[in-house]
Unconditional design. Structure first.
Length: 254
């Protein structure tokens, strides 16, 4: 494990994940500043990948980077890419050196502009069976819950748990609700839920314990597409209330 100061505000922590990946921790709190660091480093690596780079997986405060050690060693053997490579005792240490150098430049790196995604949602009824429970917990009416949930943008902090499942930050404190005491064995694709201080959308049939308040007819996981997940970290998501009739019509058209 490597820990190095980057600036007076935060430190970066590097940890191996097996011998083909490394975890870069860019903060200790789930907040927008840490998210921006994660996105900035992601943008830097996509623009200037190092030899052997395979892919990256952003999360709340970390970025996991996968690489091929053998491809990484090729320029090391040729000694024609990085003069500091000879000082590295292993591919992992070399990647650490490269990443620490990249992180030190993040102050000048601009994260990519967020994509804006609007998801239509039919709230309540058979598509949102827990809307009443959320209303009871918050002391608000169901219509107030819907209005508050759809009133502001949400930030996709990460995609995980299930293929295409977005963890969305920005839920109003007034409607934050604990997860169900007994998880459901089956939740339908498109179900919009609240789990504590977060909201999210189930992309596939799965078990789950979040409070389901509605459903979107938009497919979030599309395995036939080159990019199967509709949403990705850094996106900005809006929810737009629609009627049950509009939901059915959308599904039939799809």
């Amino acid at each position: 494990m490597s820990i190095a100061p980057v600036n007076p505000v935060f430190e970066v922590k590097l940890s191996p994940l097996g011998d083909t990946a490394i975890i870069v921790e860019l903060g200790c709190a789930i907040d927008r500043k840490t998210h921006e660091r994660v996105q900035a480093l992601s943008s830097y690596l996509r623009r200037e990948p190092f030899p052997g780079f395979i892919e990256l997986v952003p999360a709340y405060v970390t970025l996991t980077i996968f690489y091929d050690p053998m491809k990484l060693l090729a320029p090391l053997a040729e000694n024609n890419w990085n003069p500091r490579a000879e000082a590295a005792a292993s591919p992992y240490e070399w990647v650490c050196q490269l990443l620490l150098d990249m992180v030190s430049k993040l102050e000048d790196e601009q994260a990519a502009a967020p994509r804006i995604i609007t998801l239509p949602v039919c709230y309540g009824g058979e598509l949102g069976p827990d809307l009443a429970a959320v209303a009871e917990h918050s002391g608000l009416s169901e219509s107030e819950i819907i209005a508050m949930h759809a009133a502001q943008p949400y930030l996709v902090h990460m995609v995980g748990f299930a293929p295409g499942f977005p963890y969305l930050g920005g839920l109003p404190e007034q409607i934050a609700t604990p997860r169900r005491s007994t998880p459901r064995l089956r939740i339908e694709p498109g179900s919009v839920g609240i789990g504590g201080k977060q909201t999210g959308v189930y992309p596939i049939v799965s078990p789950g314990g979040w409070q389901i308040i509605g459903r979107t007819p938009v497919a979030l996981f599309r395995p036939a597409h080159e990019q199967p997940s509709l949403l990705r970290a850094g996106d900005q998501v809006y929810f737009e209330p629609i009627s049950y009739e509009a939901f059915i019509a959308w599904e039939e058209q799809a």
